[in-house]
Ligand binder design. Structure first.
Ligand SMILES: C[S@@+](CC[C@H](N)C(=O)[O-])C[C@H]1O[C@@H](n2cnc3c(N)ncnc32)[C@H](O)[C@@H]1O
Length: 438
């Protein structure tokens, strides 16, 4: 799970991100305000007309253009106030065109939230040097669902914005910040008083950079919801969710939980990725932690803190060993390995399984069970045993796959694979493929 975005990268790149305008300085322009990442964006939004008029210089009615852009947003409350499930917490959403429909087309949507636990396995508590965080109130087993929550707010991660002419870089950044504030304000205004109070109680570490109060809170607490609207290119389907509880989690480079997003529930969920002791702080990763310690330190700095997690706090020699392990993990390409093993008859029968087991071992040594590969590698091992026509071993790994559900939009395993005697094995098209002569 990555944090939503960093403001530093919100600045439009003058040459790459300004989408239109034969002359930005004379006609204004539309920029893609990308909150993290620098991909250019193919429009899924009908801005073409606006762009054409600006480029042709047929009008400089800038206010109208601004309003046209504004019309692209949809502010909806989910569940809607008149819904049967209205007793569920409501998320205020700001959607780009088509996202609402895409969401409603999600199979099973809207799935009800599980009942709130009477004895939650967590509590919000002060954490030395980090302000607040979440603490385990009991032992939690690997794979357990710790909490499910409807975000307070969901907002696009990228959008296109109208830029008035003649702005320098600083003014451009300020304009974008102001626009984000203006776009997000109506959603915050629609929150119930209780939810709005919870939103404004979140930590804001963006108080001195020109961010409005709402934008600062979104930047500090937003969790990335990649591909909420599937099928769009260039990140236009990516959103940011701000949560009351999950946004309180602090970062670790070896986190013990993983936050994911469920489209069917329109909810953020938190799973334990290893056994957690009572009193232990619950943590997530804010960014890809497979990089070396120095790169991770830089990332943490951008989020405004110095990481003191058990991995970063190790003595130098240990840190070098850890860096080497993370490099090996980063460089491993599972699909390459799978293809090599499937195609090369000279590779030993157990080659792929051995490769995957080595990766799993490194992940555990580094406390990186929150990585998707910790869930995906057992699937690869299970598939390898299917290709080796070994249902007994395949079913053992099916059990592991079934327990590791902390990846986004987890697709449950067909339960028949849990039984080694299931006919599902021999019916599987890959059954025994690695046994056959080439
Ligand atoms: C999303 S908030 C997390 C909750 C926050 N600690 C609070 O009091 O609400 C992110 C902020 O928490 C702090 N934080 C997160 N992880 C941290 C860590 N490992 N060490 C120190 N501070 C951390 C930083 O101030 C960061 O900007």
């Amino acid at each position: 799970m990555r944090r939503g975005f960093l403001l530093n990268s919100a600045k439009p790149k003058p040459s790459a991100d300004k989408r239109v305008g034969n002359s930005a300085s004379s006609h204004g322009s539309i920029v893609t305000a990308v909150q993290e990442g620098k991909k250019s964006i193919d429009s899924a939004v009908p801005y073409a007309k606006i762009q054409a008029q600006i480029m042709a210089g047929t009008t400089n009615d800038l206010e109208r253009f601004k309003e046209e852009c504004w019309k692209e947003y949809e502010w909806i409350s989910f569940p809607p106030p008149n819904a049967v499930a209205a007793r569920e917490p409501v998320t205020e959403c700001i959607f780009l065109p088509g996202t609402k429909q895409a969401l409603f087309n999600t199979p099973g949507f809207p799935q009800p939230l599980p009942p709130a636990p009477t004895n939650p396995a967590y509590r919000v508590a002060p954490i030395p040097g980090k302000r607040l965080g979440l603490i385990a109130t009991c032992t939690i087993k690997q794979g357990e669902l710790i909490l499910t929550e409807r975000p307070l707010l969901i907002r696009p991660r990228n959008t296109r914005m109208f830029l008035p002419p003649n702005l320098n870089e600083k003014q451009t950044t300020q304009h974008i910040l102001d626009e984000w504030e203006r776009i997000t304000e109506p959603a915050v205004a629609r929150m119930t008083e209780e939810r709005r109070n919870a939103f404004f109680k979140l930590h804001n570490n963006k108080t001195g950079d020109g961010s409005g109060p709402i934008t600062g809170l979104v930047v500090t607490n937003g969790l990335e919801w990649t591909n909420l609207h599937p099928g769009l290119t260039g990140g236009l389907g990516d959103y940011i969710a701000v949560c009351d509880l999950i946004s309180r989690l602090n970062h670790s480079c070896s986190p013990n939980t993983q936050a994911t997003q469920s489209r069917a529930q329109l909810a953020s969920t938190l799973h334990a990725v290893r056994d957690i002791a009572q009193g232990e702080e619950l943590t997530i990763h804010y960014f890809n932690t497979l990089g070396p310690a120095a790169a991770r330190a830089k990332s943490c700095k951008r989020y405004g803190f110095t990481c003191q997690c058990p991995c970063c706090a190790q003595p130098k020699e240990r840190l070098a060993e850890s860096d080497a392990r993370r490099t090996t993990l980063r460089e491993f390409n599972l699909s390459d390995a799978e293809q090599r093993w499937a195609k090369d008859p000279t590779l030993p029968l157990d080659w792929l399984v051995t490769q995957c087991l080595e990766q799993l071992d490194l992940l555990e040594k580094e406390g990186l069970q929150a990585c998707n590969s910790y869930c995906v590698l057992p699937q690869a091992i299970m598939s390898a045993y299917v290709m080796l026509a070994d249902a007994k071993r395949a079913s053992k790994w099916a059990v592991v796959v079934n327990e590791r559900r902390w990846i986004d939009d987890y697709v449950p395993l067909d339960p028949s694979y849990l039984d080694p005697k299931s006919p599902a094995y021999e019916k599987n098209r890959a059954w025994g493929l690695r046994m056959q002569p080439w």
